[in-house]
Design a protein around this ligand. Structure first.
Ligand code: MN
Length: 248
């Protein structure tokens, strides 16, 4: 029986700011193939697509290898958990119905082999910034989503892809913000604060920041930020006993 559990994040497939989308998609497929015989479950922690929006009868072009692989793996009995990030908030039911993934729109606490995992994309968590909250509430608003979905898809998808490109270009031009240190890194702050009320979490695992961090918060609690699948190809493997971070 395959017993391992894998964690990956932030592939930003299809980004208009990157010119190696097909290669990255293929490498991601190679990774999924390389773990398929060992994996009981795979957790994707958000922003696997640079922009995803589902309409009632239409989904964006592309990603066929990735979508096919998700379907193949779930058909073979591997659990795939898909967390929405801030670039794919608008996953509704397609990935569940068509590809068999388990969709998470909120952080989740999951027990794996007696260890407690706190899993989330991580955007906005521990971050007091108001502008971010306002933007997020607009993105999540059902009425705004309804209005957006009334646009012709050649406009709505174009606007979404342009917005995502702008955000990615910002990262590329100025470089990813480096690790801010234990007292300034929002996700570390969030985990520490969380532990004050509930110290039973063994592993916090986040994406979103595109940096790799692996930090012990106490003897029993560890926080990981999982890099990305753009340049780092980061994954974590939990074999039921130990959690190891590596690059594919
Ligand atoms: Mn993100």
């Amino acid at each position: 029986m395959p017993e391992n559990v894998y964690f990956i994040t932030d592939a930003h497939l299809g980004s208009w700011a990157l010119d190696n989308n097909r290669e990255r998609e293929k490498l991601l497929i190679d990774f999924l193939d390389s773990v398929r015989d060992k994996a009981k479950a795979i957790y994707m922690l958000g922003d696997m697509f640079d922009f995803w929006y589902e309409f009632k009868y239409v989904v964006p072009k592309g990603y066929t290898r990735f979508l096919g692989k998700l379907s193949e793996l779930t058909d073979s009995g591997i659990e795939i958990h898909y967390f929405t990030g801030n670039h794919d908030i608008w996953c509704f039911s397609y990935l569940q119905e068509e590809c068999g993934v388990i969709l998470h729109k909120e952080p989740a606490i999951i027990d794996i082999n007696g260890k407690k995992f706190y899993l989330a994309h991580g955007d906005g968590m521990g971050d007091p910034s108001r502008s971010f909250r306002i933007l997020r509430s607009i993105f999540k608003n059902r009425f705004c989503q309804f209005c957006f979905s009334l646009l012709p898809t050649r406009w709505s998808i174009y606007l979404g892809m342009r917005w995502a490109k702008h955000s990615m270009k910002g990262h590329l031009d100025s470089g990813i913000v480096p690790y801010q240190g234990e007292s300034n890194e929002h996700l570390v702050q969030y985990a520490k604060q969380y532990l004050k009320n509930d110290d039973s979490i063994n592993y916090f695992i986040f994406g979103h920041r595109h940096i790799e961090l692996d930090l012990m918060l106490s003897r029993e609690s560890r926080v990981l930020i999982l890099g990305d699948w753009i340049s780092q190809k980061t994954f974590a493997e939990f074999n039921g006993d130990r959690l190891v971070v590596d690059n594919f």
